[in-house]
Design a protein. Structure first.
Length: 194
């Protein structure tokens, strides 16, 4: 063999290098689009969370106003009772009616608070999932960037890219499984209202 044949056997052709570069660039563009979609979805979750928080704040204010009005009514009823001489039956009926009203209001308030907490918890779970996806995508992008930087040099470590990508995927799946297991685990602490 001539030295010219040896050089062509060892060195990839310019067409192969150009094809590899084009494939790498195409993969980068595709993954950058995915990053834009994920960023849009994360932004949507943040906006939804802010909307839910504002809704919860408004509900909380309304509940506070309703409670304040009930307490004012209870206070005025108490003043009327003390100021006038009513029969003990009438006082007892007023007290029972107000007590029933306050009890119903408290039950309603507890149910709404539980619903709000459930909504907040759901938004938080979704946010955490998206953050884990974003971390995996960032690790993947770093691997692609390293690949693009080394592709022109024909670095021998390029063949490890699939293994490294699989490691990123395995790490992400392991985290998701861990979090999914804790959600379904009966021994974990759940929200409970008294």
């Amino acid at each position: 063999m001539t030295s010219e044949n040896l050089n062509t056997e060892k060195d990839p052709s310019n067409d192969e290098i150009q094809t590899a570069n084009q494939q790498a660039a195409s993969m980068m563009v595709s993954h950058m689009r995915l990053d834009e979609v994920l960023a849009g979805q994360l932004n949507g979750v943040v906006v939804d969370t802010e909307d839910a928080a504002m809704s919860l704040i408004m509900r909380g204010r309304k509940l506070s106003d309703d409670t304040h009005a009930l307490l004012k009514h209870l206070e005025s009823s108490t003043v009327k009772i003390v100021g006038t001489e009513q029969s003990s039956d009438q006082v007892s009926q007023d007290y029972k009616a107000l007590f029933t009203l306050v009890t119903e209001h408290n039950a309603s308030l507890a149910a709404e608070i539980a619903e709000m907490l459930g909504q907040i918890q759901f938004q938080d779970v979704v946010r955490q999932r998206i953050e884990r996806i974003e971390q995996a995508v960032n690790k993947r992008n770093a691997l692609f960037q390293a690949f693009v930087e080394k592709v022109d040099d024909l670095d021998p470590s390029l063949h490890t890219l699939p293994d490294k990508m699989q490691d990123v995927l395995n790490e992400y799946l392991e985290l998701e499984n861990k979090h999914a297991a804790s959600i379904n685990d009966e021994s974990t602490i759940k929200i409970e209202l008294f």
